[in-house]
Design a protein around this ligand. Structure first.
Ligand code: ARG
Length: 456
């Protein structure tokens, strides 16, 4: 096939080389951004007298028609085109004749592709931020629902101290809040226009890059032309942020997998977000959580892929950089899907608060509180510690818990134990006493919810 760049060479390349070189099958998804950029470019050139007003109008009309025809499906991508930039220019020239050939003045595909991908990712960031915010809200709502539901908190996956399920869930809400903040930071750094850097060195035409950037809602322009066409930091930064976000979802997923097992029995997932087994009728599998956990690996892979493509590239543009897109697209697609499914799974998840409470009791996480009670009655801590330990051993041997021991049993260990012991070892009391800032008491959970909601 003859190429638009035929001149220096005949432009007749081997078909295998053509296929290898082409990126249209994946960069076609940036057609909106490519056309938006070209419309802004025509406007800037007309303003500066590089093209006539008449040419600008014809170009704009042609570009808008291509936009509409691609949206409606009337125009199909030509998979024989080298990339989306060539394709749009080709169709424009076919439809508009000579004037179409004026568009590619004072720019290059190198700054054009850098522009398209920034524009594309900017809107992806907005969508992803929305989805994270939705999930954050869902988690906060769940936390409110279960702000007084007692469960064991763990270290080393061993029962440690009582917390509320609301407090537990809010830990993830704070992670998601940081994810939203990180995405906003990334967006701000990304939102500079590279167009006008041209191939690598700028241009001899009298352009107005700042004006062109403002037409596309950029906050400014890249100030070094070599950097502008070579920089893919924004992609690396976004993928890093997405990798961190997926790490959070993956940890949360692991909790959901554990909690929904028979061994824990802390939550019941809705039928609409679980699957059955083809041979084991009793199964209700947390596939959504497992898939989110699994897909985290893909996103990490996309990040590593991009870092590795860029490593060692000299300035300025190198064709290696065409390899940036598929990984980035895969990551944003994956993250958006994961966020939506995860949100549905959490929104419909029900806590089995009785099981949570029993697990908290079985862990004797109030044994310290019993010892402290004895100390308050005048027994030295060492002796109190020993009595409490004996009481725990007795409970284990008799398959019961401290809260359910009759008073006579307590009296057998110490005559000083009174009716008020039950209040001292009540799990809810143990939770409520942990009222230090950021602690698990219900009042603190409410305070966290208030802060998080004030930003929604
Ligand atoms: N398809 C190319 C890419 O994705 C566009 C830039 C091509 N520039 C060039 N000089 N070959 O990177």
């Amino acid at each position: 096939m003859a190429k638009m760049w035929a001149g220096r060479t005949s432009g007749d390349t081997d078909t295998l080389a053509d296929d290898f070189n082409s990126s249209i099958h994946f960069d076609c998804r940036m057609f909106r951004q490519d056309i938006q950029g070209s419309i802004a470019h025509a406007a800037m050139m007309a303003k500066k007298g590089i093209i006539s007003q008449q040419d600008k109008e014809e170009l704009t009309e042609g570009l808008l028609d291509i936009f509409a025809d691609l949206e409606s499906g009337k125009l199909e991508f030509d998979m024989g085109a080298e990339d989306i930039h060539m394709f749009v220019e080709q169709v424009l020239t076919e439809r508009k004749g000579e004037v179409g050939k004026r568009l590619h003045t004072a720019r290059s595909r190198n700054d054009q592709v850098a522009l398209d991908i920034r524009l594309y990712l900017r809107s992806e960031i907005d969508e992803i931020s929305e989805l994270v915010s939705t999930l954050l809200k869902t988690v906060v709502d769940k936390a409110e629902e279960y702000k007084a539901a007692i469960m064991p908190g763990y270290t080393h996956l061993q029962r440690a101290q009582p917390v509320t399920f609301g407090h537990y869930l809010l830990a993830y809400a704070w992670m998601l809040r940081r994810d939203v903040q990180r995405l906003a930071d990334c967006r701000a750094r990304m939102n500079l226009s590279p167009i006008g850097c041209c191939a690598l060195a700028g241009t001899t035409y009298d352009t107005d890059r700042v004006f062109e950037a403002s037409l596309m809602d950029f906050d400014g322009v890249c100030m070094n032309s070599l950097d502008g066409v070579s920089d893919r930091d924004f992609g690396v930064e976004l993928l890093s942020d997405l990798a961190i976000l997926m790490m959070h979802l993956s940890r949360f997923s692991e909790e959901v997998v554990l909690w929904s097992s028979w061994e824990f029995g802390f939550v019941e997932l809705s039928d609409s977000f679980t699957t059955g087994s083809s041979i084991m009728p009793q199964k209700k599998n947390p596939d959504m959580a497992e898939l989110v956990r699994g897909k985290t690996g893909r996103v990490y892979g996309d990040l590593m892929g991009l870092l590795t493509v860029l490593k060692g590239l000299p300035l300025a543009y190198n064709k290696d950089m065409q390899e940036d897109k598929e990984g980035i697209f895969d990551a944003v697609d994956t993250v958006k899907m994961c966020l939506q499914v995860f949100n549905g799974m959490i929104a419909t998840m029900k806590a089995r608060t009785g099981n949570m409470k029993r697990a908290a009791q079985k862990g004797f996480i109030n044994a310290t509180d019993f010892a402290d009670y004895l100390v308050k009655k005048g027994i030295p801590f060492r002796s109190a510690y020993k009595i409490s330990g004996e009481a725990v051993a007795w409970c284990i041997a008799h398959d019961t818990v401290l809260e359910e021991l009759p008073l006579e049993q307590y009296k057998a260990w110490s005559e000083l134990v009174e009716e008020d012991v039950y209040e001292a070892i009540d799990l809810m009391n143990c939770v409520q006493l942990r009222s230090s800032l950021g602690g698990t008491s219900v009042e603190n959970v409410e305070k966290q919810i208030e802060i998080l909601r004030s930003e929604m």
